[in-house]
Write a protein that binds this ligand. Sequence first.
Ligand code: FAD
Length: 455
Amino acid sequence: ISPSPNLEFHPMMTMRPITLQNVAVIGAGAAGLVAARELRREGHKVVVFEREDRIGGTWVYNSTTESDPIGIDPFRTVIQSSLYASLRTNLSRECMGFRDYPFLASKEANRDPRRFPGHREVLEYLNDFASEFGLSELVRFGTEVRNVCLEGGKWKVRSRKGGDQLDEIYDAVVVCNGHFTEPRIAEIPGIETWPGRQIHSHNYRVPEPFQGQVVILIGSAASAVDISRDIAGVAKQVHIASRSVTDGTIGKLPGYDNMWLHSTIESVDGNGTVVFQDGSAVRADVILHCTGYKYHFPFLDTNGIVTVDDNSVRPLYKHIFPPPLAPQLSFVGLPWKVIPFPLCEIQSKWIAGVLSGRIALPSSDEMMADVEAFYRTLDVSGIPKRYTHNLAASQFEYYDWLAAECGYPAAEKWRNQMYSAAAKNRMARPETYRDEWDDQHLVSQADEDFIKYSS
Ligand code: FAD
């Protein structure tokens, strides 16, 4: 279990003394678990705060939904997971798993051996990961972090378990609270008088409530595609409003007699009509917002140093460290359009090594200059702030940079190729990409690679 790292193995090792820190990790989802493992491997003392009573975060399916179906009431009881019952992964298990703990198919009964398994299998995998590395013993379950602030150069972490509140001091805080819980809602002219029902995909679980209804679904990302097909099985009509349509794709979707693709919504009105920018109009019962999520750190008080501006968490060096507070505050798992588990793993290795002093960071001014240069590049390229953490075009370059800092090998070629192959396959065969694929040769390469971790 979690051996101490063989420090001679790390080319980036500096001659500085290793400093072991008391570290608070917020969240025991995939990010918090792997952060805890890496921090403890490095020798740090770790406490993981988890408000739920089990590990897994997103992957803990919850059939109940929040009291406010669009999730804008700040006083609603928050449910972490946005999973729907039918969800299967959109990444293959080979691609998705942690680097040194592959997501292998299990032959045990009641496990799901498919390449793109159902959500329960991912939770099983995270449970296996936690027990393999003895991580649950680090977790304080049912304990919510309410406030994190600086006090005398350290972090005061205020947590609550049941009715009890506790303040403790930590050297460092690693934020792993997930970013698929706080809904983003589309702005729709006329919505105040529109009489229908609105719901965000965060609160979508099963299609039955949409039986016989006319549903407008906004969005075209992975969950929008899944949910539209789920609902089309029971709804009278499904109309998808998408920003990314072209003239040629507007209209009835091939293979369905009750599903249409439209451009974005222009307006809605008091008699229930929804008007699309392509000129079509439909009288609808429900608008389902599959419009994504917002970064949200309600517990974090940094005196204004870290802000969320148009869904960009700023300023962050390499999406992880706010320079003025580095390395004592860090974030794991912010990038999106990535392979989350291995990316969180390498981010955590870097954080653990930096905190111990084994890996050096540039000075705060140098990091800030790097961050500002990055933001200027986004501006000059016309990329909105909300795409700051979208690493669709650079995730492997980013991974390899972190890996080099950690003295760890670059990403496997097969993983990179498999990620692209799955993306292409998903576009070409949205219905069947999870069960039909052309990249078996890459699976064989992955399996060869995995042998070294499974012996
Ligand atoms: P989470 O899993 O959200 O965990 C955060 C944890 O922090 C939770 O346990 C929460 O209870 C806890 N927490 C939050 N606030 C506090 C607090 N104040 N105090 C204490 N605890 C707190 N990824 C893939 O790799 N493959 C997929 O196929 C895939 N499909 C997805 C489908 C959907 C619908 C969604 C929403 C996401 C999907 N993802 C997928 C991405 C997935 O979210 C990540 O893989 C990963 O699970 C994120 O882990 P996390 O630890 O960052 O966040």
